[in-house]
Design a protein around this ligand. Structure first.
Ligand SMILES: C[S@@+](CC[C@H](N)C(=O)[O-])C[C@H]1O[C@@H](n2cnc3c(N)ncnc32)[C@H](O)[C@@H]1O
Length: 306
């Protein structure tokens, strides 16, 4: 009988982990955000480390030395106790000679709960990238969507990651506050820009900020609110206006070292955008302005997804 790597479906990974080996370290997520569907039906579990190692062994037989990147599933795998994270990370590097990085999704609170020493140990063992869902820098909105983190938590978590030399890749959600509320949208854009401005390091390390655009899958709290008429989705123009306000307010104060890779290239986005903040701010704004005046180039609704 062929041995198979275990997955608790459905599994989700960041777009940039498309060619990575996916290994189920945890199942589900310890948080319940109002916009998130992936993990709602999964009971949260940290898997037995021997089972995880067995999956790594099976992967070794299938992919041999081709494995260069590993993404440890699921929704906030960094919540795993550090000794277990270290054990699986070290084991992965031991058996895959060409492994270049291991990465995880991490909630800001998971990062804050780890000590600087623990994060440094993880980074040195090769857990060198964490995907953190900021969603917004506006505390009211973070509370509304049940994020269980504040703007300060996001700032503290980002600084801790950077101190430990773990690369930060953070996501925000365009349209999160919904339409028909320009004040909320403005606060979301301005406070999110301020959050990103505040975490900009003064060295030339690479860090990533990405905007996804709100999707409302059945089963989410936001879906229920929309069904009751309590939430109205933004249209593509409102989405781009909100994004424009965010970019206009990015200001790294002439920090010429800043290498913040900015992307809106997720399946949920109407307009693909890529550039470096804040150096390429003007060309990013030109792309957004073009999208605002040429709606025919925007992704049709039926092509959008998570
Ligand atoms: C799978 S989630 C894991 C997040 C992780 N637990 C954390 O707190 O950082 C990854 C990211 O996908 C994005 N996301 C999830 N559901 C979404 C939705 N309905 N619309 C847009 N983006 C969404 C959010 O930015 C979220 O942080």
């Amino acid at each position: 009988m062929t041995e198979e790597i275990y997955y608790c479906q459905p599994v989700f990974r960041p777009p940039s982990e498309a060619y990575s080996l996916l290994i189920q370290l945890t199942e589900g997520c310890t948080f319940r955000c109002a916009f998130c569907i992936p993990y709602v039906r999964k009971k949260f579990v940290v898997r037995d480390i021997d089972d995880v190692k067995r999956d790594l062994d099976i992967a070794k037989k299938i992919y041999g030395s081709n494995v260069k990147k590993i993404f440890f599933l699921d929704g906030n795998a960094l919540v795993t106790p550090t000794d277990k994270l270290l054990e699986v990370t070290k084991y992965a590097y031991k058996i895959f000679p060409n492994l270049e990085r291991c990465s995880v999704y991490a909630h800001s609170k998971d990062i804050i709960k780890k000590t600087d020493k623990q994060l440094r140990e993880l980074s040195e063992a090769g857990m060198t990238l964490a995907y953190v869902g900021f969603e917004s820098g506006y505390n009211e909105l973070l509370k509304k969507v049940n994020k269980h983190a504040t703007k300060k938590d996001h700032i503290d978590a980002s600084k801790k990651l950077m101190k430990a030399e773990i690369t930060l890749s953070a996501t925000l959600i365009n349209g999160l506050g919904g339409g028909n509320n320009s004040e909320l949208s403005e606060k979301h854009a301005l406070e999110s820009a301020d959050l990103v401005n505040k975490i900009c390091p003064d060295d030339d390390r690479i860090w990533y900020i990405a905007f996804l655009t709100l999707m409302i899958p059945p089963g989410t709290e936001i879906f229920k609110e929309r069904s009751k008429g309590q939430f109205q989705e933004m249209n593509s123009t409102e989405i781009l206006q909100e994004l424009k306000m965010f970019v206009q307010n990015i200001d790294f104060h002439n920090n010429n070292n800043a290498e913040c890779i900015f992307r809106c290239n997720h399946a949920s986005n109407y307009l693909p955008i890529k550039g470096i903040l804040d150096r390429e701010k003007e060309s990013i704004l030109s792309t957004i302005n073009y999208g605002l005046t040429h709606s025919e180039i925007l992704k049709p609704e039926f092509y959008r997804g998570l």
